[in-house]
Design a protein around this ligand. Structure first.
Ligand SMILES: Cc1cc2nc3c(=O)[nH]c(=O)nc-3n(C[C@H](O)[C@H](O)[C@H](O)COP(=O)(O)OP(=O)(O)OC[C@H]3O[C@@H](n4cnc5c(N)ncnc54)[C@H](O)[C@@H]3O)c2cc1C
Length: 316
């Protein structure tokens, strides 16, 4: 049976959340297209492939010392080896820095059309129809590929993460990885010691409505800590130096998909919303009933944040 193939993404022995989301996507798309979900995993050995097999029934593993660290040449060659050895109808790749780096090479190798940054797929007449945001999320467009096969990259939060629990089979695929033109000497975090709010399950974000840096620290940080989450910010908060850049949510900051996102004193500009609209539950506190953030909030409190947050703190 033809396969819908996820290319697994991992770093320091840990699978990315995006890979678990793609496992869910592959199962959904495969079932609608009469295909079979599978994954391909590349590394120096098969240890991560065995981890992937907890989430998807079939995993193809290319193990080679040259695949210990991600390179676009290495991943493209390994992906081609798996695709050539199997009947692959579609390939799903995370819309991450690495994913967008090698996805086009995979599409070239397959002779397939590619759609990037998708957030939804419908199947019409047996063919996939991809939805993605354009113009900073103001418009959603639908795309089809003209080829029989496809490659698609998916934005974070497009699908729920698949839960572990399966015991899939890992099959070794041989590939000769050669002429890798880049050498990864070291992977350095963007800001040493910087927090990664994209992994947080609860985020309390503050905006310009906080008025100044001291109020941001007094109101937002204690509430985030009390809820056991991380604190985030809109861009003016970061630009004003009230908190560090790693906590900025939005188009030029982080994309986050927590279970709970609290937007406090944030208007809901399209560039902010672009980074948090995938949150499962959005709670907004804003004194302006017309603030656009209320259009996407599950719960909205029209009130002065300096009155509401202390009451929330008292009752938590
Ligand atoms: C290319 C580009 C990229 C950008 N990238 C980002 C990005 O990544 N992230 C981002 O956030 N922005 C980004 N922006 C900026 C974005 O357009 C907005 O200017 C910004 O998001 C507004 O931040 P804010 O909601 O905190 O402030 P404002 O829009 O000023 O909103 C403040 C809100 O606080 C409310 N308020 C005021 N006082 C109170 C009170 N006492 N109680 C309750 N509510 C109160 C007001 O009603 C208002 O709605 C970008 C802009 C551009 C052009």
């Amino acid at each position: 049976m033809a396969k819908i193939l996820v290319i697994a993404e991992h770093r320091d022995g840990k699978l990315s959340d995006g890979t678990l989301e793609l496992c869910k996507a592959a199962k959904t798309i495969a079932s609608a297209m009469g295909c079979e979900p599978a994954a391909a995993c590349f590394g120096k050995d098969d240890s991560i492939a065995k981890e992937v097999a907890k989430y998807i029934p079939t995993v193809f593993c290319v193990a080679d010392a040259a695949l210990e660290k991600y390179t676009s040449d290495g991943y493209a060659q390994a992906a081609k080896a798996v695709i050539d050895s199997q009947d692959v109808k579609g390939v799903l790749i995370a819309q991450s820095y690495d994913g967008v780096d090698f996805a086009a090479k995979v599409a070239m190798a397959m002779g397939a059309g590619i759609v990037s940054n998708c957030n939804k797929v419908a199947v019409e007449g047996g063919a996939p129809v991809f939805t993605r945001n354009t113009y900073n999320g103001k418009i959603q467009e639908q795309k089809k590929v003209k080829t029989d096969k496809f490659v698609a990259t998916f934005e974070k939060g497009a699908y729920e993460m698949e839960a572990a629990g399966g015991a899939g089979a890992v099959t070794a695929v041989s590939a000769s990885i050669s002429n890798v033109r880049t050498k990864v000497k070291e992977v350095i975090a963007t800001m040493a010691g910087a927090v990664d709010i994209s992994q947080a399950k609860i985020i309390v974000s503050g905006g310009r409505g906080l008025k100044d840096g001291d109020k941001y620290k007094d109101v937002i940080i204690p509430l985030a800590k009390k809820l056991g989450g991380e604190y985030g910010a809109s861009r003016p908060v970061v630009d004003s130096g009230w908190t560090e850049a790693a906590r900025q949510v939005g188009q030029s900051g982080k994309t986050v998909t927590p279970d709970l996102y609290m937007a406090i004193g944030i208007s809901g500009a399209i560039q902010h919303v672009a980074g948090m609209k995938g949150s499962k539950c959005i709670v907004a506190i804003n004194k302006d009933p017309e603030a656009p953030i209320f259009n996407i909030a599950a719960y909205g409190i029209v009130a002065d944040l300096f009155e509401v947050v202390p009451q929330l703190m008292e009752n938590l």
